[in-house]
Design a protein around this ligand. Structure first.
Ligand SMILES: [Zn+2]
Length: 90
């Protein structure tokens, strides 16, 4: 039996969960994780609108649940999306 640290010692949960969750789109299952603005240090190109996501902007990191052919790991296919662009995606 393993000892687990008390829940009362854990830091408070952020309002937006940083844990990945599954999303269902027309082309399959995706894993979606929120990227808080404080952690978005780089400029990314949103594949939904082809506009950059400025550093410091909260956005979504998305990757396919199963790796695409040619990729070793599904997370290698991750893309950065504006939240609205991802929600508008069919
Ligand atoms: Zn976008």
């Amino acid at each position: 039996m393993t000892r687990r640290p008390s829940k009362h010692l854990a830091p408070p949960r952020p309002l937006l969960s940083a844990y990945p969750r599954a999303a269902f789109k027309a082309d399959g299952r995706w894993i979606v994780q929120t990227m808080p603005g404080a952690r978005a240090a780089k400029r990314y190109l949103c594949p939904g609108c082809n506009h950059p996501i400025a550093p410091g902007t909260p956005h979504l990191v998305v990757w396919p649940e199963a790796p695409t052919p040619g990729s070793e790991r599904a997370v290698d296919d991750r893309r950065h999306w504006h939240r609205l662009c991802w929600e508008r995606r069919p």
